[in-house]
Write a protein that binds this ligand. Structure first.
Ligand code: SF4
Length: 489
């Protein structure tokens, strides 16, 4: 497939639209028009500016069949560039729908944060009807997606009611796992291959915590939430977790902290000692993720624990007194069926966790699964996600954050569900980009949000070995956060 752009360079957005219909394809892309580009399948995307009007056209051809769509826009119209991009995306979407017979429920909203757009509309004072009309008529979203995005935005508004503008969150990365699950593309190092790095990693991480606390100190910023993610943070020993958590409480002021999460992740790493340490060091929210409640599916994805291990860990965490427990599920795992996924959802609801996050399988290039030709993924993820949404809503859960990833099965989404009042603030901040998140550890990236909403990102080294080796260079980069915070006070 060849994509030919003329009079515009909206490549990123428009290529994403084509990918909705023709996934997993490398496109041949040109920004000039030559007759030879029109010999096979192509999408020709053209903007031609006249005296008063601009003419927008898309012509698509697949297997010898062509469809053309066109419209015009006044040169003097508000948001001229943005509207040209949106209108061309719509024309392209309509051409490809006509040619392939397929559609996409999120319409031309191809970004990973559709709720962010709804939040902006709500903030600008638009009514529910106006929002629904715009999402449906302009962005071509289907009703089911509009409803879930709108509901999610409302839950977020309620959860963020008391948000203070002078706050920030900390993200702590523990990029180690006991072994690698077959669908995973995280930069996590399995403990088997990198166990020798852990003690030094913990020391450097503590140094980074102290250095960062000094950067933040005296700037009038209050620490709002802390999130330990990975990897699997409970891959570390209890004393290593304690060392990191105590370094944080010694060097940061936790008196305004509203939420402290440790993503334990896999049940095969959880022990009573670790849970006790996590709780006594101040974490009140924990994530224990079965992904499925079917032992044979767990085996198929090389996730080395059983359903019983998950249930035992869950009950232990409850007994120890964690206020909020999240469980992650994945729809569309290899060998899973709709029936088995329904049982998974029902079994999780029996446990009644405060949060349930329903992911749809996304297969990225790095995942081992992607290279296993014998693993056929053939199940209707959409039915699974619909069942989960229905049951969770019936059981009193609200959607509170939602995001999409590339290569998701059936172009679906991940949704975090919560019992009212138990929403994870950190998960909202990371998705909606409305609070600075200072990140620590390998693979982590700091995201600073200015008062006017613009963002600055600072990336730490990706892998633990690089992180340890180039630690001083990385600390230097952290000073950019200091400058940003001072400028945006
Ligand atoms: S536990 Fe999570 S991060 Fe680790 S390999 Fe499995 S899916 Fe990836």
């Amino acid at each position: 497939m060849t994509l030919i752009f003329s009079g515009n360079d909206f490549k990123y957005e428009l290529e994403s639209v084509v990918k909705l219909f023709i996934p997993a394809t490398l496109f041949d892309i040109h920004f000039e028009v030559k007759p030879e580009y029109f010999s096979g399948d192509f999408c020709f995307i053209r903007r031609k500016r006249g005296k008063e009007k601009t003419y927008l056209y898309t012509v698509c051809r697949i297997d010898g069949k062509s469809v053309v769509r066109a419209q015009s826009i006044l040169n003097s119209s508000d948001n001229y560039e943005g509207n040209c991009e949106i209108f061309l995306a719509r024309l392209l979407f309509k051409c490809l729908t006509a040619l392939t017979g397929k559609s996409a429920k999120w319409g031309i909203l191809t970004g990973i944060r559709p709720v962010k757009r709804v939040n902006k509309m709500l903030d600008s004072g638009m009514s529910r009807n106006a929002i629904e009309r715009e999402l449906s008529e302009i962005f071509l979203c289907e009703k089911s997606k509009i409803d879930i995005a709108y509901k999610t935005a409302l839950t977020q508004k309620r959860a963020l009611e008391n948000m203070d503008g002078n706050t920030f969150s900390l993200y702590v990365s523990i990029p180690f796992c006991p072994s690698r699950c077959s669908y995973c593309s995280f930069v996590s190092q399995s403990v088997e291959s990198s166990i020798r790095l852990i003690p030094e990693y913990v020391d450097r991480l503590c140094d980074e915590i102290v250095y960062t606390a000094n950067i933040i100190s005296g700037k009038g910023l209050k620490l709002d939430t802390i999130y330990f993610g990975g990897g699997t943070p409970t891959s570390l020993e209890a004393d290593q977790l304690e060392k990191i958590m105590k370094t944080i409480s010694r060097h940061f002021d936790l008196s305004d902290l509203r939420e402290y999460t440790v993503e334990a992740g896999r049940a095969d790493t959880i022990t009573i000692e670790k849970l006790k340490v996590i709780k006594s060091c101040g974490a009140d929210r924990i994530s224990i993720n079965p992904q499925t409640m079917n032992d044979s599916v767990l085996k198929a994805i090389d996730r080395r624990h059983t359903v019983k291990q998950f249930t035992d860990s869950y009950k232990l965490a409850k007994k120890i007194g964690f206020e909020s427990i999240n469980t992650d599920l994945i729809a569309g795992l290899p060998t899973d069926t709709v029936e088995s996924f329904m049982k998974t959802v029902d079994a999780i609801l029996e446990l009644s966790p405060e949060n349930v996050t329903v992911h749809t399988l996304s297969i990225k290039r790095a995942a081992y699964l992607n290279r296993k030709s014998d693993m056929v993924i053939d199940n209707p993820a959409e039915q699974m996600v619909d069942y989960a949404s229905k049951r969770l809503m019936e059981s009193g859960y609200d959607p509170y954050y939602l995001y999409r990833q590339k290569n998701m099965l059936e172009n679906l989404e991940n949704i975090g569900w919560s019992k009212p009042g138990k929403e994870s603030l950190y998960n909202i901040y990371i998705m909606e980009e409305n609070q600075s998140i200072i990140a620590l550890g390998a693979g982590a990236s700091t995201k600073l949000v200015a008062r006017d909403g613009h963002l600055k990102r600072i990336f730490n080294y990706k892998f633990p070995l690089e992180y340890i080796k180039h630690f001083d260079i990385m600390l230097e980069k952290k000073n950019e956060a200091k400058e940003f915070i001072e400028k945006n006070r």
